[in-house]
Write a new protein. Structure first.
Length: 241
């Protein structure tokens, strides 16, 4: 059975009149009669008892009504799902994000998608650092990566979604705690808590480059596994001077 078979059957079953059913389907009566006969041959049973004066459902025809409605509804849902996916109204979007600054952005994005595109499902994956998020994008393990990178591969389509400033975290008892702005040169004699200097790590690389430009080598006394831990160590005044 196909879509047209089911529509033809339901039209006749509900009208119990081939003429009215044909008008409802916007076709002539003879083609409709042929469709019903072909459907009965496919199923190997009569669906209607009909004569010149009346049309009645057989037991087999009555049994087909509910499944026919379910099948047509399923087909309509399938068509709607395909159209929605094509229009961007349904589907799954995978997002890998890295860095504390992305957390609020992800929260706002999730709320906006839930409100404006409820058919879109977000798969969110938090990464400790930006480079693994970028690698997931390159490996086609995610659709979108949010983070900071100084170097973007040519095969990646990149967009700036937020601008921020590089800051230096110090304990509130530090001599520079109340300074509005601090030059990198003023930090030449300080002890630093840094993030791991793995390939593609943005913040450790920036620290090295800025220090080099100010003609000193940063004295890194401890390496933290992530930003939250680094801030906790700074707040605890690890090797404070």
């Amino acid at each position: 059975m196909d879509y047209d078979d089911l529509r033809a059957f339901l039209a006749v079953a509900e009208e119990l009149h081939f003429g009215r059913a044909a008008e409802r389907l916007h076709i002539a009566q003879p083609p409709l009669s042929r469709m019903i006969k072909q459907l009965e041959r496919k199923l190997g049973t009569r669906l209607f008892d009909r004569n010149t004066r009346s049309v009645r459902l057989t037991a087999s025809g009555a049994a087909l009504i509910a499944p026919a409605h379910e099948a047509l509804a399923g087909l309509r849902r399938a068509e709607a799902a395909v159209r929605s996916a094509e229009d961007g109204d349904t589907g799954i979007v995978r997002i890998a994000f890295a860095g504390i600054s992305t957390h609020r952005m992800i929260a706002r994005l999730a709320r906006a998608v839930h409100s404006k595109r409820p058919g879109i499902q977000l798969e969110l994956s938090s990464q400790n650092f930006a480079q693994p998020a970028l690698k997931r994008l390159l490996d086609d393990d995610t659709d979108i990566a949010l983070g900071r990178w100084d170097i973007i591969p040519t095969e990646v389509d990149a967009h700036v979604v937020q601008s921020d400033s590089l800051v230096m975290a110090v304990p509130d008892t530090h001599r520079l705690a109340d300074a509005g702005q601090v030059s990198i040169a003023a930090l030449a004699d300080e002890h630093f808590v840094s993030l791991p200097a793995h390939e593609g790590a943005v913040l450790p690389d920036r620290l090295r480059r800025l220090a080099h430009a100010a003609r000193f080598v940063p004295n890194i006394v401890q390496v933290a596994p992530d930003t939250q831990t680094a801030l906790a160590l700074v707040g605890a005044e690890v090797d404070a001077r």
